[in-house]
Design a protein around this ligand. Structure first.
Ligand SMILES: *Cc1c(COP(=O)(O)O)cnc(C)c1O
Length: 477
């Protein structure tokens, strides 16, 4: 047997190759409170409950108690009326999947269920449509990137089982007109889900700080369910989100039981059955530690950072805000002197992770920032890095993709390609290099060339190429 210390030392060494989860310089994927105590408490709670099983709340009553307390905190935060209920899930995607499944199963009378979604809705809804056979009806957003109320009204029909709005949308960081959309749904007796996965734990504090946020919580008539992630602005360890319903009746189709086998009667509120108690305990511990006051302070920090970034942008040539942020997400567009992908690479070279977003539906590619409380202390450095990165990107000029390669890719039907075709395409795109000689794939240091190529491909081709890429990455060693 290898001694513990060896294995843990090897783990730490491997982890050093990953994006840092602390320090406030990773502006997507991770959310950093900047408080060592909060991290420690969350980590120790996860470890203490790593072996506990959320499968059976009667066998692990402490997990049930923590879940009910977390849901209670979430419901109070989001203005829920008496009688509202909720469930802790493994993440935003699971909350979204269950909201769609529950809406579908609440309407067995509808043969071909549909849901009406703004085009800016999170891809988790595309996944839900794919998994559960609910037809997505996409409604283009207005020039302000918010859901279009008139077009939404026109898209609702007798087969609509769900209407969705975001608070805020991930890509542009703006809150949809939830009051109007929920009213449309309510008039027709249709469920309205607000996807507040990323904004739900921070926007209520923004309101308390006197910021202007369009109404979107259960205080809005017609909102029937809300998803809100604890592992984003709850600053909890990864693996928890809440799915909240206005009434217990609305939640009922979410539950699944099966006594049709010789083992224990399966009884689940979520998609998982056996599930670690770790994430739930971690989230509970972080929420207990920060509390309402702590979250208000975190909100002050994160909105301070957002305001300082927005105020600093005029000093960065070539960049502009896509929309004034309603929350903690900032989307940046470039002018024609440079491209967002090169800026992302230049930022990475300066130890900042900012996330490229591809062009979509006539909108150009952009740079996404999910700002954390921990970023506040580093905003001047961030702006310095951004100025330097833009200067480097302007000096390099926009990435030029070989027009022959573009024409070639545009002419291909991704559905008709073979595995061998994908091998050739992945090599030509630069996504897959020669490998490291040990069967592994070499990822390019700089991603701008690859991203620029993907950006010119159709969404269907991007999906197909990236799936082929993931397939090649995921091979046993
Ligand atoms: C992050 C996010 C999701 C999906 O959540 P995961 O935790 O990544 O599964 C859904 N909707 C929005 C708006 C999000 O930001």
């Amino acid at each position: 047997m290898t001694t513990d210390n060896d294995v843990l030392a090897r783990l730490r060494e491997r982890q050093s190759a990953d994006l840092p989860v602390h320090g406030g310089r990773t502006l997507a994927y991770v959310y950093d409170s900047g408080l060592a105590e909060v991290d420690r408490v969350g980590r120790e709670a996860v470890a203490a409950y790593a072996g506990s099983n959320g499968l059976d709340p009667t066998a692990f009553p402490s997990l049930l108690a923590m879940e009910n307390e977390l849901v209670g905190f979430g419901l109070r935060l989001l203005d829920a009326p008496d009688g509202a209920v909720g469930t802790v899930t493994s993440g935003g995607t699971e909350s979204v999947l269950l909201a769609v499944q529950t809406a579908r199963d609440s309407r067995p009378d509808v043969a071909r269920p549909r849901m009406v979604l703004p085009t800016t809705v999170h891809a988790a809804f595309h996944k839900a449509a794919h998994y559960f056979g609910v037809e997505p009806v996409f409604v283009p957003v207005g020039p302000d990137h918010r859901a279009d109320v008139v077009a939404t009204a026109a898209a609702i029909d007798d087969s609509t089982v769900l209407v969705v709005a975001s608070a805020p949308s991930y890509a542009h960081g703006v809150v949809d007109p939830v009051t109007e959309i929920a009213a449309l749904a309510a008039q027709r007796g249709i469920r309205c889900h607000v996807d507040a996965c990323i904004g739900g734990w921070v926007l209520p504090y923004a309101v308390r700080l006197g910021r202007d946020v369009p109404a979107w919580t259960f205080a809005v008539d017609g909102v029937t369910s809300i998803s809100v992630d604890l592992h984003k602005y709850g600053y909890a360890p990864k693996g928890t989100s809440l799915l909240l319903h206005r009434t217990a009746e609305l939640r009922r189709p979410q539950f699944f039981a099966s006594a049709l086998w010789p083992g224990y009667t399966m009884l689940n509120a979520t998609m998982q059955s056996t599930k670690s108690g770790g994430p739930l305990a971690g989230a509970w511990a972080v929420v207990q530690t920060l509390g309402d006051d702590g979250y208000l302070r975190m909100a002050q920090e994160v909105f301070g950072a957002v305001d300082e970034i927005v105020a600093g942008l005029p000093s960065v040539p070539a960049l502009s805000l896509v929309a004034r942020p309603d929350s903690t997400l900032v989307a940046l567009a470039t002018d024609a002197t440079c491209d967002p992908f090169t800026i992302c690479d230049e930022m990475a070279a300066r130890d900042w992770y900012v996330q490229p977003q591809m062009s979509f539906a006539g909108e150009p590619a952009t740079i996404h920032l999910s700002v954390s409380a921990a970023t506040r202390a580093h905003v001047p450095e961030f702006l310095d890095a951004l100025r330097a990165s833009v200067a480097a990107a302007v000096a390099a000029g926009p990435v030029v993709v070989d027009p022959g390669v573009v024409d070639f890719i545009k002419a291909l039907d991704p559905a008709a390609l073979t595995d061998a075709d994908f091998d050739g395409l992945l090599a030509a795109s630069g996504l897959v290099g020669e490998g490291d000689g040990e069967g592994g794939l070499a990822l390019p240091e700089r991603m701008a060339g690859v991203n620029a190529l993907l950006d010119l491909a159709s969404p269907a081709m991007r999906e197909a190429l990236l799936i082929a890429f993931l397939d090649r990455l995921s091979r046993p060693v």
